[in-house]
Design a protein around this ligand. Structure first.
Ligand code: GLN
Length: 268
Protein backbone atom coordinates (compact mmCIF):
# COMPACT_ATOMS: atom_id res chain seq x y z
CA UNK A 1 0.00 0.00 0.00
CA UNK A 2 1.20 3.44 -0.91
CA UNK A 3 0.36 6.57 1.05
CA UNK A 4 0.50 9.85 -0.81
CA UNK A 5 0.23 13.05 1.23
CA UNK A 6 -0.76 16.56 0.27
CA UNK A 7 0.82 19.21 2.49
CA UNK A 8 -2.25 20.86 3.97
CA UNK A 9 -1.02 24.03 5.63
CA UNK A 10 -2.60 26.35 3.11
CA UNK A 11 -3.59 26.41 -0.56
CA UNK A 12 -5.13 24.03 -3.08
CA UNK A 13 -5.25 20.85 -1.01
CA UNK A 14 -8.64 19.29 -1.76
CA UNK A 15 -8.24 19.89 -5.48
CA UNK A 16 -5.07 17.78 -5.50
CA UNK A 17 -6.66 15.06 -3.36
CA UNK A 18 -9.64 14.79 -5.64
CA UNK A 19 -7.56 14.67 -8.84
CA UNK A 20 -5.19 12.14 -7.24
CA UNK A 21 -8.17 9.88 -6.52
CA UNK A 22 -9.41 10.24 -10.09
CA UNK A 23 -5.93 9.62 -11.49
CA UNK A 24 -5.44 6.53 -9.33
CA UNK A 25 -8.73 5.14 -10.62
CA UNK A 26 -7.51 5.68 -14.18
CA UNK A 27 -4.36 3.59 -13.75
CA UNK A 28 -4.37 0.07 -15.16
CA UNK A 29 -6.00 -2.59 -12.98
CA UNK A 30 -4.48 -6.03 -12.46
CA UNK A 31 -4.74 -8.23 -15.52
CA UNK A 32 -5.21 -11.38 -13.50
CA UNK A 33 -6.79 -12.32 -10.19
CA UNK A 34 -3.52 -13.63 -8.82
CA UNK A 35 -1.83 -10.21 -8.97
CA UNK A 36 -2.22 -8.35 -5.74
CA UNK A 37 -3.24 -4.79 -6.60
CA UNK A 38 -1.67 -1.67 -5.14
CA UNK A 39 -3.89 0.34 -2.87
CA UNK A 40 -3.37 4.04 -2.51
CA UNK A 41 -4.25 6.15 0.51
CA UNK A 42 -4.36 9.89 0.04
CA UNK A 43 -3.97 11.96 3.18
CA UNK A 44 -3.68 15.58 4.31
CA UNK A 45 -0.38 16.34 6.00
CA UNK A 46 -0.19 18.81 8.86
CA UNK A 47 2.03 17.01 11.34
CA UNK A 48 5.37 15.21 11.34
CA UNK A 49 3.52 11.99 12.19
CA UNK A 50 1.37 12.29 9.08
CA UNK A 51 4.44 13.12 6.97
CA UNK A 52 6.19 10.02 8.33
CA UNK A 53 3.34 7.86 6.97
CA UNK A 54 3.84 9.15 3.43
CA UNK A 55 5.63 7.44 0.58
CA UNK A 56 5.27 10.57 -1.56
CA UNK A 57 4.11 14.13 -1.12
CA UNK A 58 2.52 16.99 -3.07
CA UNK A 59 3.15 20.57 -1.99
CA UNK A 60 0.21 22.49 -3.46
CA UNK A 61 -0.19 25.99 -4.80
CA UNK A 62 -1.05 28.83 -2.50
CA UNK A 63 1.34 31.32 -0.98
CA UNK A 64 4.85 30.08 -0.39
CA UNK A 65 5.78 32.67 2.24
CA UNK A 66 2.72 31.76 4.33
CA UNK A 67 3.33 28.06 3.86
CA UNK A 68 6.93 28.42 5.05
CA UNK A 69 5.92 30.42 8.14
CA UNK A 70 3.26 27.87 9.10
CA UNK A 71 5.63 24.95 8.41
CA UNK A 72 8.26 26.56 10.63
CA UNK A 73 5.73 27.08 13.46
CA UNK A 74 4.56 23.49 13.24
CA UNK A 75 8.13 22.19 13.24
CA UNK A 76 7.64 20.76 9.75
CA UNK A 77 10.39 22.51 7.79
CA UNK A 78 13.22 20.22 8.84
CA UNK A 79 11.14 17.03 8.48
CA UNK A 80 10.14 18.23 4.99
CA UNK A 81 13.80 18.81 4.07
CA UNK A 82 14.63 15.36 5.33
CA UNK A 83 11.73 13.83 3.35
CA UNK A 84 12.97 15.45 0.14
CA UNK A 85 16.74 15.35 0.46
CA UNK A 86 17.62 12.48 2.80
CA UNK A 87 14.73 10.05 2.39
CA UNK A 88 14.58 11.04 -1.31
CA UNK A 89 10.88 10.20 -1.56
CA UNK A 90 8.92 11.47 -4.58
CA UNK A 91 7.73 15.04 -4.13
CA UNK A 92 5.80 17.27 -6.52
CA UNK A 93 5.32 20.99 -6.03
CA UNK A 94 2.76 23.02 -7.95
CA UNK A 95 3.20 26.78 -8.16
CA UNK A 96 3.91 27.86 -4.54
CA UNK A 97 4.97 24.22 -4.04
CA UNK A 98 7.55 24.65 -6.80
CA UNK A 99 8.83 27.76 -5.00
CA UNK A 100 9.13 25.77 -1.75
CA UNK A 101 11.10 23.03 -3.53
CA UNK A 102 13.58 25.41 -5.17
CA UNK A 103 16.99 25.93 -3.59
CA UNK A 104 16.67 29.66 -4.28
CA UNK A 105 13.89 32.12 -4.95
CA UNK A 106 14.44 35.59 -6.29
CA UNK A 107 12.14 38.55 -5.83
CA UNK A 108 12.32 37.89 -2.13
CA UNK A 109 14.09 40.09 0.35
CA UNK A 110 17.19 38.50 1.72
CA UNK A 111 16.33 36.25 4.61
CA UNK A 112 12.67 36.85 3.92
CA UNK A 113 11.58 33.40 2.90
CA UNK A 114 12.51 29.93 4.00
CA UNK A 115 12.47 27.12 1.46
CA UNK A 116 12.51 23.35 1.63
CA UNK A 117 14.77 23.01 -1.41
CA UNK A 118 15.59 19.89 -3.37
CA UNK A 119 15.56 21.29 -6.89
CA UNK A 120 18.82 22.97 -7.88
CA UNK A 121 17.09 25.91 -9.50
CA UNK A 122 16.39 29.52 -8.78
CA UNK A 123 12.76 30.46 -9.28
CA UNK A 124 11.40 33.87 -10.05
CA UNK A 125 8.20 34.35 -8.11
CA UNK A 126 5.15 36.04 -9.60
CA UNK A 127 6.74 36.03 -13.05
CA UNK A 128 3.57 37.16 -14.81
CA UNK A 129 2.38 39.69 -12.26
CA UNK A 130 -0.52 39.76 -9.86
CA UNK A 131 -3.70 37.70 -9.46
CA UNK A 132 -5.60 39.61 -12.14
CA UNK A 133 -2.87 38.78 -14.63
CA UNK A 134 -3.64 35.08 -14.23
CA UNK A 135 -4.06 33.27 -17.54
CA UNK A 136 -4.64 29.92 -19.17
CA UNK A 137 -2.40 28.63 -21.95
CA UNK A 138 -2.16 25.35 -23.82
CA UNK A 139 1.15 23.67 -23.07
CA UNK A 140 2.97 21.08 -25.06
CA UNK A 141 4.26 18.53 -22.56
CA UNK A 142 6.10 15.77 -24.47
CA UNK A 143 6.82 13.85 -21.27
CA UNK A 144 3.17 12.79 -21.22
CA UNK A 145 3.76 11.11 -24.58
CA UNK A 146 4.74 7.64 -23.46
CA UNK A 147 1.41 7.15 -21.79
CA UNK A 148 -1.67 7.10 -23.95
CA UNK A 149 0.29 5.73 -26.89
CA UNK A 150 0.86 9.18 -28.38
CA UNK A 151 4.17 10.05 -29.95
CA UNK A 152 5.77 12.91 -28.05
CA UNK A 153 4.96 15.41 -30.80
CA UNK A 154 1.26 14.62 -30.92
CA UNK A 155 0.45 14.70 -27.22
CA UNK A 156 -2.78 16.64 -26.80
CA UNK A 157 -2.01 20.01 -25.19
CA UNK A 158 -2.33 20.39 -21.44
CA UNK A 159 -4.35 23.32 -20.16
CA UNK A 160 -1.85 25.28 -18.08
CA UNK A 161 -3.45 27.50 -15.43
CA UNK A 162 -1.03 30.19 -14.28
CA UNK A 163 -1.91 32.11 -11.11
CA UNK A 164 0.81 34.42 -9.80
CA UNK A 165 3.04 31.71 -11.16
CA UNK A 166 6.75 31.31 -10.62
CA UNK A 167 9.09 30.17 -13.40
CA UNK A 168 12.51 28.57 -13.24
CA UNK A 169 14.87 31.37 -14.13
CA UNK A 170 18.13 29.55 -13.56
CA UNK A 171 19.25 25.96 -13.44
CA UNK A 172 22.16 25.53 -11.09
CA UNK A 173 24.91 22.93 -10.71
CA UNK A 174 23.54 19.91 -8.84
CA UNK A 175 24.37 20.07 -5.17
CA UNK A 176 25.78 16.92 -3.63
CA UNK A 177 23.25 14.81 -1.79
CA UNK A 178 23.82 13.52 1.71
CA UNK A 179 23.01 10.04 0.48
CA UNK A 180 25.40 9.44 -2.42
CA UNK A 181 24.39 6.74 -4.83
CA UNK A 182 20.76 7.01 -3.74
CA UNK A 183 19.77 7.95 -7.23
CA UNK A 184 20.72 7.20 -10.72
CA UNK A 185 23.40 9.59 -12.09
CA UNK A 186 21.36 10.55 -15.14
CA UNK A 187 18.75 12.00 -12.79
CA UNK A 188 21.21 14.24 -10.98
CA UNK A 189 20.77 17.06 -13.47
CA UNK A 190 17.71 19.27 -13.60
CA UNK A 191 15.62 18.17 -16.56
CA UNK A 192 13.32 20.67 -18.25
CA UNK A 193 9.99 18.94 -18.88
CA UNK A 194 7.93 21.88 -20.06
CA UNK A 195 8.26 25.40 -21.35
CA UNK A 196 5.77 28.14 -21.99
CA UNK A 197 6.44 30.07 -25.16
CA UNK A 198 4.86 33.36 -25.85
CA UNK A 199 5.75 35.91 -28.44
CA UNK A 200 7.65 38.25 -26.13
CA UNK A 201 8.11 41.74 -27.34
CA UNK A 202 6.35 40.13 -30.34
CA UNK A 203 5.17 43.31 -32.02
CA UNK A 204 6.93 43.44 -35.33
CA UNK A 205 8.49 46.77 -35.98
CA UNK A 206 8.18 48.64 -39.25
CA UNK A 207 11.84 47.91 -40.04
CA UNK A 208 11.63 44.20 -39.39
CA UNK A 209 8.25 42.72 -39.97
CA UNK A 210 9.35 39.15 -40.64
CA UNK A 211 8.23 36.52 -38.16
CA UNK A 212 11.89 35.71 -37.43
CA UNK A 213 12.27 39.10 -35.88
CA UNK A 214 9.71 38.23 -33.25
CA UNK A 215 11.58 37.49 -30.10
CA UNK A 216 10.39 34.23 -28.64
CA UNK A 217 10.09 34.46 -24.94
CA UNK A 218 10.37 31.02 -23.37
CA UNK A 219 9.91 30.22 -19.71
CA UNK A 220 10.68 26.96 -17.95
CA UNK A 221 7.45 25.80 -16.30
CA UNK A 222 8.06 22.12 -15.50
CA UNK A 223 11.25 20.51 -14.17
CA UNK A 224 12.40 17.31 -12.59
CA UNK A 225 15.55 16.42 -10.71
CA UNK A 226 16.11 13.16 -8.83
CA UNK A 227 12.95 12.53 -6.77
CA UNK A 228 11.59 16.06 -7.16
CA UNK A 229 9.12 17.34 -9.76
CA UNK A 230 7.81 20.88 -10.04
CA UNK A 231 5.27 22.72 -12.17
CA UNK A 232 4.56 26.45 -12.34
CA UNK A 233 0.94 25.85 -13.26
CA UNK A 234 -2.00 24.11 -11.58
CA UNK A 235 -3.02 20.74 -13.06
CA UNK A 236 -5.24 20.20 -10.00
CA UNK A 237 -7.52 23.00 -11.18
CA UNK A 238 -8.33 21.08 -14.36
CA UNK A 239 -10.12 17.77 -14.89
CA UNK A 240 -7.14 16.41 -16.77
CA UNK A 241 -5.64 13.55 -14.76
CA UNK A 242 -2.66 12.96 -17.06
CA UNK A 243 0.05 14.60 -14.97
CA UNK A 244 -1.28 13.18 -11.70
CA UNK A 245 -1.43 9.71 -13.28
CA UNK A 246 2.08 10.09 -14.73
CA UNK A 247 3.42 11.15 -11.34
CA UNK A 248 1.61 8.34 -9.49
CA UNK A 249 3.30 5.84 -11.79
CA UNK A 250 6.65 7.28 -10.71
CA UNK A 251 5.54 7.01 -7.10
CA UNK A 252 4.73 3.34 -7.66
CA UNK A 253 8.12 2.74 -9.34
CA UNK A 254 9.96 4.49 -6.52
CA UNK A 255 8.07 2.50 -3.89
CA UNK A 256 8.83 -0.70 -5.73
CA UNK A 257 12.53 0.17 -5.76
CA UNK A 258 12.45 0.65 -2.01
CA UNK A 259 10.29 -2.32 -1.37
CA UNK A 260 10.28 -4.96 -4.15
CA UNK A 261 7.16 -6.59 -2.73
CA UNK A 262 5.00 -3.71 -4.01
CA UNK A 263 2.71 -5.28 -6.62
CA UNK A 264 2.80 -4.43 -10.32
CA UNK A 265 -0.76 -3.38 -10.77
CA UNK A 266 -3.00 -0.81 -9.27
CA UNK A 267 -6.32 -1.40 -7.55
CA UNK A 268 -9.21 0.41 -9.18
N1 GLN B 1 2.98 33.63 -6.07
C1 GLN B 1 2.80 32.58 -5.12
C2 GLN B 1 4.07 32.35 -4.33
O1 GLN B 1 5.08 32.87 -4.64
C3 GLN B 1 2.39 31.30 -5.81
C4 GLN B 1 1.01 31.40 -6.36
C5 GLN B 1 0.30 30.11 -6.52
O2 GLN B 1 0.66 29.10 -5.93
N2 GLN B 1 -0.75 30.11 -7.29
O3 GLN B 1 4.07 31.63 -3.39
Amino acid sequence: NITVGVLALQGGVIEHLSLLRKAAASLPTPPADDVKPIKFSFIEVRTTEQLAQCDALIIPGGESTTMAIVARRLGLLEPLRQFVKIDCKPVWGTCAGLVMLAEEASATKQGGQELVGGLDVRVLRNRYGTQIQSFVADLNLPFLGGDAGHAADVVPPFRGIFIRAPVVEEIMTPSPRATPGAGDDSKELVEVLGVFRKPGSGISTAESSSTESQKVDEDIVAVRQRNVFGTSFHPELTNDTRIHAWWLKHVVDASRQRNPSVPNSVAS
